[in-house]
Design a binder for this molecule. Structure first.
Ligand code: ADP
Ligand code: NA
Length: 330
């Protein structure tokens, strides 16, 4: 019996993933790969919709893939590959561009957000057509479900509309996927600005726990996390965002409920909580860092794995592209 197909992508946009990516994506994908035929793609074609340094992009793409493998995405069981290795992505995206309305694409809020800084005139056309490339990623693999954060819902709705439109114009060809929103409970906040989510573009370097940080750096950041002055370990995200974030992190990494953790820290100071969080972060990240560095140290083996996985991806993608090309009259 075949498992339902799942597709998810991640940008190679930083040298390391951070605790938010670990909580909000990696841990959940690691679970989902056991119950799905999972396809995970490092989306380097998407990355160049904004300017990238070529050497850094190449390095980050490899590092991103290595971190996913090190954190438990199994490249023998799941399909983990690099988008630019499979040419069908760009080819299907072109076809989808031709059935997308200009007005429809103009309504995508992520484009409006991302182009708002320099103004629409400074944005690339690639940034504008980003959602149709994302639709191609998903539709090439006949994905039944697409687990994404809430911010991606509009793009997945567009993907569904495009698949249905293609099918109604050209005959039944593409699988219309379901949106599956990742658990919001896993949201992690910046250690220095606990009002904002932990993000690679965070303002304070000390607020972000990178998967590839050395143990000492992780401990230092956790110990200097912003808390408050009342000295009581309690879970109250609105009133005590710093302490609540530390409790969420500890709960996520130990599997203990927040309630049980609060009870166990009764009468103790924030130092005790920070010590426990630091230990848990180091215990979770150190083996991933070690494995990532091993993978990066053996470029031939990493390339072999990525090529093998791209080959598996290409087989599925080419079959879909052939159906699409036949349907449109190529
Ligand atoms: P960033 O915010 O650092 O730019 P991305 O937007 O590249 O991160 O997110 C990649 C994945 O990681 C997404 O699935 C997103 O939902 C998840 N993610 C990112 N930051 C967090 C966070 N602080 N808490 C939980 N999940 C997060
Ligand atoms: Na982001």
């Amino acid at each position: 019996m075949s498992l339902p197909r799942l597709f998810s992508g991640m940008q190679p946009s930083a040298a390391s993933l951070h605790l938010g990516n670990y909580a909000g994506a990696l841990l959940q994908w690691r679970e989902l790969q056991t119950t799905h035929d999972a396809v995970f793609c490092v989306v380097d074609l998407h990355a160049i919709t904004v300017p990238q340094d070529p050497a850094a992009l190449r390095e980050q793409t490899r590092r991103t893939a290595a971190q996913y493998i090190a954190a438990g995405i199994d490249p023998e069981h799941s399909t983990l590959f690099v988008q630019s290795h499979v040419s069908a992505h760009a080819q299907l995206a072109w076809v989808l561009n031709t059935i997308t309305g200009f007005g429809e694409a103009s309504r995508m809020t992520q484009f409006k957000d991302k182009s708002s800084k320099g103004g629409v005139d400074a944005a690339s056309v690639g940034l504008f057509t980003y959602p149709m490339l994302q639709a191609a990623d998903i539709l090439l693999y006949d994905a039944a479900i697409v687990p994404v954060g809430e911010d991606q819902r509009q793009h997945i709705e567009l993907t569904r509309d495009l698949a249905a439109r293609f099918n109604s114009r050209f005959g039944d060809t593409l699988v219309v996927p379901e949106v599956s929103i990742l658990k919001e409970t896993a949201k992690i906040y910046d250690l220095q600005n606990p009002g904002s989510k932990m993000s690679k573009s965070g303002e304070s370097p000390a607020g972000i726990l990178w998967l590839l940080d050395e143990d000492a750096a992780l401990v230092k950041k956790v110990k200097s996390a912003v808390t408050d002055s009342d000295g009581v370990v309690a879970y109250d995200p609105a009133g005590k965002p710093g302490v609540s974030n530390l409790l969420s992190i500890l709960s996520l990494l130990t599997g203990e409920t927040v309630e049980a953790l609060v009870a166990s820290f009764a009468g103790l100071q924030y130092g005790a909580l920070k010590g426990a969080v630091a230990d848990a972060v180091v215990a979770a990240f150190a083996p991933i860092r070690t494995r990532t560095l091993e993978l990066l140290d053996d470029p031939a083996e990493l390339d072999r794995l990525l090529a093998l996985n791209a080959g598996r991806a290409e087989e599925i993608a080419e079959a879909t592209l052939t159906r699409v090309y036949d349907a449109v009259g190529f």
